[in-house]
Design a protein around this ligand. Structure first.
Ligand code: KE4
Length: 442
């Protein structure tokens, strides 16, 4: 058995990366962590606290990844830590129902009016995959619509890129996904109303569901336009397809009621038919969920014919972490303060870019933000995947490393969003703007 005792001198990120690549594909357990989009050596994180992370070499970073969304309170919130310690002491996993799963389901349902029942699972991928199967089982239809640039986890049917022309079915984005599996997946352009109308006109009676990220955090930060969401809702209702909001990233991150509560303020009475959650509801532990009306959810085993299961679903330690997190973010004023902080971060980045003569546009909602290096000052926010990918990737990558060198850890890819936590201070935000100015002038 190889020695597992750490050597006396702390290993460098480079040494750890070399060692990791010997035993883990690409040295990482999730591809984006390998820094292949931005180049360079990933930082091996040793510990985190509040708004900060420290890598294996002891370097401190202001953390704007927050584990890709879950750490909305910051790392190591005392109440969450205490809840996890207590739950762990009572047992890690039972494979039997617990009261805490009821409490978490009740908490989610109380915060999301469109959801009458939820099923807890262990990852966003599992939640998205299960939601898709349920939509197909409920409608008895096979076809689904997703949008270019949206990511819903790595279930086969969702690893699809746009077909050659409109209303043609997608092609796998991954090896190992048979064309047969994706032949029912139609990929349209985000925010493209004409394509939406055409697809439903041609095949509306065969579409089981439309799955969308209401604010696309896998294209950095792109909002679905209000007319687009309105039309989505109309067409799904008209043709009997389920509208699925993938809120794995936006749920409890952009607002306490998720992105759907933001759109409900702009489109009176708006509700999706099904919602997918993850990240924040687990508070950093493996926990996700999908929910809908009681009628739709009743099709799930053991009640109905749609099978779905999981050994660690509703895990007692993960549900304790999620519940403690939801309790803290439900406190009055939490999102107002978080949103104001995030807006000031984006304003700081825009100001630093303006002073450096670099065209940059940004946006934020709640504790989620994004920014783009556009072609010229005055260029608006990208509205779809092609326009996101037309922004200046080389400058983004230089900026990413300039900020990393200055102790600011941003998302290591142009197409990823950023996240602010309640633990980030005004000083952290100011320091980030200063670092941005230095990095852009370097
Ligand atoms: P997970 O299976 O990674 O828990 O969730 C998949 C998923 C589903 N839906 C949305 C909108 C998501 O953003 C995600 C996962 N997000 C990525 C970040 N873009 C996770 C980071 C990673 O892949 O390592």
């Amino acid at each position: 058995m190889p020695s597992t005792t750490p050597s006396s001198t702390p290993a460098t990120n480079e040494a750890l990366f070399a060692r990791a690549q010997r035993v883990i594909p690409g040295g990482v357990n999730s591809p984006v962590r390998a820094f292949r989009a931005v180049g360079g050596t990933p930082r091996f994180i040793a510990r985190a606290d509040g708004a900060y992370m420290w890598d294996a070499e002891g370097k401190k970073y202001i953390d704007y990844i927050g584990s890709w969304g879950p750490m909305i309170l910051g790392h190591g919130h005392p109440a969450v830590l205490d809840a996890v310690h207590k739950a762990a002491a009572d047992g890690f996993s039972f494979g039997a129902p617990t009261e805490r799963e009821i409490e978490l389901a009740e908490a989610i349902i109380a915060l999301v009016p469109s959801v009458e029942q939820v099923r807890l699972v262990s990852s966003g991928t599992e939640a998205g995959m299960s939601a898709l199967r349920l939509a197909r089982g409920y409608t008895g239809r096979n076809k689904i619509i997703k949008f270019e640039g949206c990511y819903h986890g790595h279930a086969d049917a969702l690893l699809v890129k746009a077909g050659s022309g409109l209303a043609t079915f997608g092609h796998p984005t991954s090896a190992g996904v048979p064309a047969d599996v994706v032949k029912h997946t139609l990929v349209l352009e985000y925010n493209n109303l004409a394509q939406l109308d055409e697809a439903f006109a041609a095949q509306g009676s065969e579409i089981a569901c439309v799955m969308i990220e209401p604010i696309a955090g896998n294209m950095n930060f792109v909002r679905a336009s209000v007319p687009f969401v309105k039309r989505l809702r109309e067409l799904c209702t008209q043709h009997g397809a389920l509208l699925i909001f993938d809120e794995v990233m936006t749920g409890f991150r952009v607002a306490l009621g998720g992105a759907q509560s933001v759109y409900a303020k702009l489109i009176p009475g708006f509700k999706p038919d099904m919602s997918v959650f993850g990240k924040v509801i687990g508070g950093g532990m493996p926990l996700a969920a999908f929910g809908a009306s009681r009628e739709v959810m009743s099709r799930l085993a053991p009640l109905g014919p749609v099978y779905q299961a999981g050994t660690l679903s509703g895990n007692p330690v993960a549900t304790a972490c999620g519940l403690a997190t939801l309790k803290e973010i439900s406190r009055p004023g939490f999102y107002e303060a978080l949103a104001a902080k995030t807006r000031s971060l984006v304003k700081g980045l825009e100001g630093a870019a303006r002073d450096a003569g670099v065209p940059l546009v940004g946006d934020s909602e709640g504790g989620m933000f994004g920014f783009f290096f556009v072609a010229q000052p005055g260029d608006g926010l990208p509205q779809n995947y092609p326009s996101v990918m037309a922004t200046d990737q080389a400058r983004f990558n230089r900026f990413f490393h300039g900020m990393l060198d200055r102790g600011v850890y941003l998302a290591p890819a142009l197409y990823e969003a950023g996240f602010v936590s309640a633990a980030h201070s005004a000083d952290d935000i100011a320091a980030t703007s200063r670092a941005a100015g230095d990095a852009l002038r370097a």
